[in-house]
Design a protein around this ligand. Sequence first.
Ligand code: UDP
Length: 238
Amino acid sequence: SNLTYKYPRVLLKISGEALQGKQGFGVDPSVLNHVAEEIAEAHRSGLQLAVVVGGGNYFRGATAPKGMDRAQADYVGMLATVMNALLLQGALENLGIESRVQTAIEMREVAEPYIRRRAIRHLEERRVVIFGAGTGNPFFTTDTAAALRAAEMNANVFMKATKVDGVYDCDPMKNRNAKKYEKLSYRQVCIESLKVMDETAITLCKENDIPVLVFNVMERGNVVRAALGHNVGTVVDG
Ligand code: UDP
């Protein structure tokens, strides 16, 4: 059934902010469950899914308390992503989907350490793999971690799950004439600073020819549609 997919192996990035829903903090159980259902549906229809979760709903290094050492704050941010990873695993388990969490910072009591070849094996064995703790390094973002894992997993696409249905030329919440891009080049994203994701992440995708798809994860069926190559948001490539 993999053959019908344009992108049979998907790296799905879910930000902490998406998981927090309308709450200002933490995880909204209904959003978490929705995301898990989307992943479950995609998994059941034959897609191989590796997921990278952010942690911004709990803690961000960049907005840490004033005076706090940046690297120290970033480690807290990475630990925050592990909470989301475990919550997502729990939600997937409730739906009968087998998954493994692998963390870039070892915490063997709750997750496997990140081992590239083992992660690939999990995908081949039809387990969803959830990556926590970002890259394991401060001064990076989970978008960069996701781009890195996408390259390492030989993923066919980097899907950036958001709350909006693509990339706009200005904020669609504030400007009713905002125009959505169907397609963008990696260069355009950087030059026009369209805030799709940070430049380190974009560069990694560009250098490894991994298309980036920005789409609304709250709309049911979008992960599967996107993997089939349907136009569900904005594609960044070329
Ligand atoms: N972080 C880091 N290195 C990484 C990934 C994440 O230091 O490789 C830290 C960083 O402080 C970041 C926080 O973890 O602010 C949470 O990740 P991010 O802000 O990317 O989460 P998202 O915006 O996706 O919720």
